[in-house]
Design a protein around this ligand. Structure first.
Ligand SMILES: [Fe+2]
Length: 279
């Protein structure tokens, strides 16, 4: 099994439906694109045709939201088979999923729900990560999620759980800086403790996104520009891990494509400044 992904060391954007025609037609300068895998679990049609066309010009990352790696039940074999078929067709530079659960008793919940940080949950999720990696014959990138509750029986910190998943399974990490910041504020920990615990060699991709701060806690909406403290944490992240392929995510109140490209340019400046310091 290869040890790294083939994502370029540059900044990409999440490709969402309102921008597909513009990206396909104008081919704006952008390091790579990430799409939600489940949107392409189809046998044909215009969306898949557009992705077939776009993949000729950009490296593609397949980012899943529905595998439910943390469900107590077995993985959904049909879901895994559809992902495998899509990966064979698109030949993505990376395949990623979330460290969460979203399915119970055959029902799919449209949310990325948090796991208890226990030895039992760790063993279960590692078994599922290994099954996905075996099926795809490639490392899976596993992403830390935002959570709005913690479990009374947590036996370890979130960062210990995430690091253990990578060490046990050999999977890669998709390190979402915004999710770390949101959880740090909402649950009261130092995000630098999180950074310190993660094995640098496992981090294969970074996510950046915006949150909503209007309520009693931060909500990970992916509906705004990256917030200043998250840019600061991004600088600390690449200082700790080194530059990594980085993605701007935006999923609600989607703005003009130029806004995403502007955010990507800002991330690229930070990454290149770190490169210049390291050189
Ligand atoms: Fe993310």
């Amino acid at each position: 099994m290869p040890t790294m992904t083939s994502l370029p060391l540059s900044v990409g954007i999440g490709l969402r439906a309102p921008h597909v025609a513009q990206v396909r037609g104008a081919r704006p300068p952008c390091g790579w694109l990430e799409v939600h895998s489940e949107n392409y679990f189809v046998d044909g049609g215009p969306a898949l045709a557009a992705l077939d066309a776009i993949r000729a010009y950009y490296p593609i990352s397949l980012h899943g939201v529905g595998m439910s790696l943390g469900s107590a039940a077995a993985l959904d074999a049909g879901h895994l088979a559809r992902l495998k078929r899509l990966a064979a067709r698109i030949e993505p530079a990376a395949v990623s999923e979330h460290l969460c659960w979203s399915r119970i008793d055959g029902r799919h919940l449209n949310d990325l729900l948090p796991l208890p940080f226990t030895a039992e949950a760790l063993a279960l999720v590692c078994e599922h990560v290994e099954q996905v990696q075996d099926a795809l014959a490639r490392p899976l990138l596993v992403e830390n999620v935002s959570a709005y509750l913690r479990f009374a029986n947590d036996a370890m910190a979130e960062w210990e759980f995430v690091a253990a998943v990578a060490r046990r399974t050999g999977c890669k990490l998709l390190f979402d800086v915004n999710n770390v910041y949101v959880n740090a504020v909402n649950h009261g920990f130092d995000p630098l403790d999180y950074l310190a615990a993660i094995p640098a060699e496992a981090v294969a991709e970074i996510h950046l996104a915006g949150f909503d701060a209007r309520g009693a806690c931060l909500i990970d909406t992916h509906g705004a520009r990256v917030a200043p403290p998250v840019w600061d944490l991004y600088r600390a992240t690449i200082e700790r891990f080194g530059p990594r392929p980085t993605l701007i995510e935006w999923d609600t109140d989607i703005p003009a494509l130029e806004v995403l490209l502007d955010e990507a340019a800002h991330a690229r400046q930070i990454m290149e400044a770190r490169h210049a310091v390291a050189a």
